[in-house]
Design a protein. Structure first.
Length: 182
């Protein structure tokens, strides 16, 4: 039974580790868009950026540096179009379909028929009290934005930065750790 469990885990590991693939037709969307934003910060770029942060004198900067070092990538694609209908719902669905349970959970889903916009926020849930990543999809009639944050995110660490760096102050603790344990 133990060998079967190990083999099953080995077979499923590549599926769990599989990252989100941005739709192949994004280059076509970029060509159609009046304005486009393409931000690609892979793990090596984030680690290099963290090296520029001095954590010797400022505890808050040290916290930011620790957060950056845990991330594997931050990817943003945003397209502003001259008129409605220049991208299809299939462009959005090709990304949304990759974000399925049990690895991913949708925590926000907003649909507005009046404005013709959709917003989704998905979190990768590895089950160890941390987040394995986040994906935000904003689809408006004339704008389409994908944000993908890859890597380990500890909600308690983000909460500690509340009130600084434009991060809202969060009062609730996200873990079972008490303040004495911290």
């Amino acid at each position: 039974m133990r060998i079967a469990s190990i083999l099953l885990a080995a077979a499923l590991a590549p599926l769990w580790a599989q990252e989100i693939k941005l739709p192949a037709n994004l280059d076509k969307l970029s060509a159609k868009a009046e304005e486009s934003v393409d931000i690609t910060l892979d793990g090596s770029m984030l680690k290099m950026a963290a090296r520029f942060l001095s954590d010797k004198d400022d505890q808050d900067i040290a916290k930011v540096k620790r957060l950056l070092l845990k991330l594997e990538g931050v990817y943003v694609r945003s397209y502003q179009f001259a008129s409605e209908g220049e991208y299809s719902r299939a462009d959005v669905e090709s990304l949304r379909s990759q974000l399925q349970a049990p690895a991913w959970g949708r925590i926000v889903g907003v649909r507005s028929k009046r404005e013709g916009s959709d917003v989704d926020v998905f979190l990768k849930l590895p089950g160890n009290g941390t987040l394995g990543g986040a994906v935000i999809i904003v689809a408006e009639p004339r704008q389409l934005t994908f944000v993908n944050v890859v890597g380990t995110i500890d909600p308690d660490e983000v909460a500690e930065l509340g009130g600084q760096f434009h991060i809202p102050r969060l009062r609730a603790s996200f873990s079972s750790r008490s303040k004495e344990d911290k």
